[in-house]
Design a binder for this molecule. Structure first.
Ligand code: GTP
Ligand code: MG
Length: 212
């Protein structure tokens, strides 16, 4: 379901977690990866794909909310202000929103828009979780440097608040689900994502069985 104004939002009956971040950072791709779907959330190599607040209903148990990307240069001032308002209104007024994740590209130092968004999220009372996307694009030897740079720039308080992952090779997927499971539990919800043992096995083998 897509919405821009509160009166268009779905009912407040299910807990929601939201993904915020700059255009092209990989918000929609992360949703597809987490849910093992290729095109549930529409993705694009061109920034500015998601322009509304999109609510994804998961088994009538909770929702993942894909927010419009910010900081995309080729958008009119008017449209930028409008999207900013959509995001702020949602974050500030949604009572069933239990956590917001700020996504940043692991390769880049967060810019002033990211810092503003992060301060806004923490100021609104959320934990301040950061997802560092596109982990497949950095070498293992660079990982700590990149994470430390992002943490220092945004002012992330604790190590456990930053989560590196890749939607391309699915690295970090189950760690992220563990985090979500813990979050639901802490908020008093009976929601738990089970690991798919078979999938884990084939990931380790780096090949999948032939289709029959
Ligand atoms: P907007 O809707 O414009 O706000 O963008 P978005 O944050 O939803 O980004 P989207 O998921 O559409 O991805 C943008 C581009 O980055 C696409 O070309 C994706 O294929 C690519 N991408 C996303 N995640 C990853 C990743 O983990 N690794 C790599 N290599 N590419 C990724
Ligand atoms: Mg998107």
């Amino acid at each position: 379901m897509s919405a821009v104004k509160p009166e268009q939002y779905p009912a407040e009956d299910l807990p929601e977690i939201a993904f915020a971040g700059r255009s092209n950072v990989g918000k929609s791709s992360l949703i597809n990866m987490l849910l093992n779907r290729k095109k549930l959330a529409k993705t694009s190599g061109r920034p500015g794909k998601t322009q509304t607040i999109n609510f994804f209903d998961i088994d009538q148990k909770f929702r993942i909310v894909d927010l419009p990307g910010y900081g995309f240069a080729k958008v009119s001032k008017h449209a930028k202000a409008r999207w900013g308002e959509y995001i702020e209104t949602y974050l500030a007024t949604r009572p069933n929103l239990i956590q917001v994740f700020l996504l940043v590209d692991i390769r880049h130092t967060p810019n002033e828009h990211d810092i503003m968004m992060y301060d806004y999220i923490v100021g609104a009372g959320f934990e301040g979780y950061v997802v560092a996307t596109k982990l497949d694009k950095v070498k293992n030897s660079e990982l700590m440097t990149r994470l430390n740079d992002i943490k220092a720039t945004l002012g992330v308080a604790e190590n456990h608040l930053i989560i590196p992952l890749s939607s391309a090779n699915r690295k970090g997927k189950y760690k992220f689900w563990d985090r979500l499971n813990a979050m639901f539990k802490a908020a008093g919800y009976d929601i738990h994502f089970e690991r798919q043992v078979q999938e884990q096995f084939w990931l380790k083998q780096k090949k999948r069985p032939k289709k029959r």
